[in-house]
Write a protein that binds this ligand. Structure first.
Ligand code: GDP
Ligand code: MN
Length: 392
């Protein structure tokens, strides 16, 4: 689950990380009031930032500076009217504009290959890290945290030196790196990213200026499977920004992950769903999704799964593979017949149902003129052929 920058920043603050104060505004007027407060407190300018669950807001016009309350209201109105990468902006973050000296990248991810938290840093901050990885992979430095001991100081210092932060900011960097790992662990996150981590110049109160290291942006992805352990984090889910298919799948209790291929898959059981995807690939096709309708699914759930699959315009054929144990084959067949009667897009479908009430299912499907298959290999081959026929 992705959460908004403002919420991610709160989680960083909970772990003691240095994040400049911010406010969230839903209207231009609220942004104005927030800006007035920051300006009155001594800020020269404020920054207004779109709260959407995608990166690259800066480039898309979603991050703007304003020198007065009037201007803050105006840029907030512009930003609130934006749609960034298909997501409408409904909130903005307002903060005192930082006087940036240099930007860095610092991120922690759960690396499934090494089964550890990996901390990554780069002196190429402010740009999307995927871009750095493509153009100059050597500019990204990584260290692994130990599962029990965490990130040893010497490794964090090594990262700091590697990105040119060995001087006065060394201790701050080490503490921030620890904070990222602490956030990963405390919140069961998959990703905690601060980009930019920035050296900023601030008045020191004696007419001079001092430089500090602060987290100017924050992106956190939480592990969905761990959310039941954090009911308070579930409240951070941004329903407005969620893919409607993901929301429906969750409401229906269906495990659904969209993929890039053209063969929609409806299966009961996670293992069988994975096997089905493998067989689709072996038959020369590409699955459009992973979908597990779960055990004991009734007709209405089958119909919901069908809606999810058909909502993806890339789907050219559907493969239904049900092994009836607790799930009754005839229930699934009824769901399929019902779903097809209301669907507005005619997509070829191949159905394989075995196990409980398979005969009854077969009869219903034949009556409704569904394409059936005796074996899973045959079902996969038929589905791939049907998709090719549509594409041709
Ligand atoms: P992103 O583009 O979605 O990652 O949004 P960011 O919060 O990272 O902002 C993008 C860029 O805007 C940063 O890399 C900075 O260069 C700039 N920026 C963000 N906040 C400030 C600020 O307070 N002051 C200044 N001067 N620039 C900022
Ligand atoms: Mn950023």
């Amino acid at each position: 689950m992705k959460i908004q920058e403002a919420d991610a920043k709160s989680l960083l603050v909970d772990q003691g990380l240095p994040v400049p104060a911010w406010e969230v505004a839903r209207t231009p007027a609220e942004a104005r009031t927030a800006a007035e407060r920051f300006l009155a407190a001594g800020a020269d300018r404020v920054v207004v930032k779109a709260q959407v669950l995608v990166g690259g807001r800066g480039k898309a016009g979603g991050v703007k500076l304003a020198g007065s309350a009037d201007e803050a209201e105006r840029v907030a109105r512009e930003i609130l009217a934006l749609t960034i990468k298909d997501l409408p902006v409904r909130k903005v973050l307002v903060a005192a504009a930082a006087d940036i000296v240099k930007e860095f990248y610092l991120g922690a991810i759960l690396d499934r290959a090494s089964r550890r938290i990996v901390v990554m840093a780069s002196s190429e901050g402010g740009v999307e890290i995927e871009e750095v990885a493509r153009v100059d992979p050597g500019a990204i430095h990584r260290v692994e945290a130990h599962p029990l001991l965490g990130l040893p100081d010497w490794q964090a210092r090594g990262l700091a030196f590697a990105i040119g932060l060995g001087g006065v900011h060394l201790r701050a960097f080490v503490s921030i790196a620890h904070g990222l790992v602490a956030t990963m662990v405390a919140d069961d996150a998959d990703l905690v990213e601060v980009n930019p981590l920035a050296i900023v110049r601030e008045p020191d109160g004696n007419g001079g200026a001092a430089e500090h290291l602060v987290c100017l942006d924050a992106k956190i992805t939480l592990d969905d499977s761990a959310l039941p352990r954090h009911p308070e984090l579930e409240a951070l889910r941004d329903l407005d920004s969620e893919d409607p298919a993901d929301a429906e799948a969750r409401a229906q209790g269906i495990s659904f992950i969209r993929l890039d291929g053209s063969i929609g898959c409806m299966v009961n059981g996670a293992g069988l769903a994975m096997t089905t995807m493998d067989l689709v690939k072996r038959a020369g096709g590409e699955p459009a999704n992973f979908l597990d309708i779960g055990g004991g699914a009734r007709a209405d759930k089958v119909a919901a799964a069908m809606r999810l699959i058909l909502a993806d315009p890339k789907v050219r054929a559907i493969l239904v593979n049900i092994f009836g144990g607790i799930t009754r084959g005839d229930e699934v067949a009824r769901g399929l017949v019902e779903a097809r009667s209301v669907q507005d897009r005619d997509v070829p479908m191949v159905v394989r149902i075995v196990g409980t009430n398979a005969e009854e299912a077969g009869r219903l499907l034949t009556e409704a003129r569904f394409e059936t298959a005796a074996s899973l290999d045959q079902a996969a081959a038929k589905a791939v052929a049907a998709a090719r026929a549509v594409e041709a």
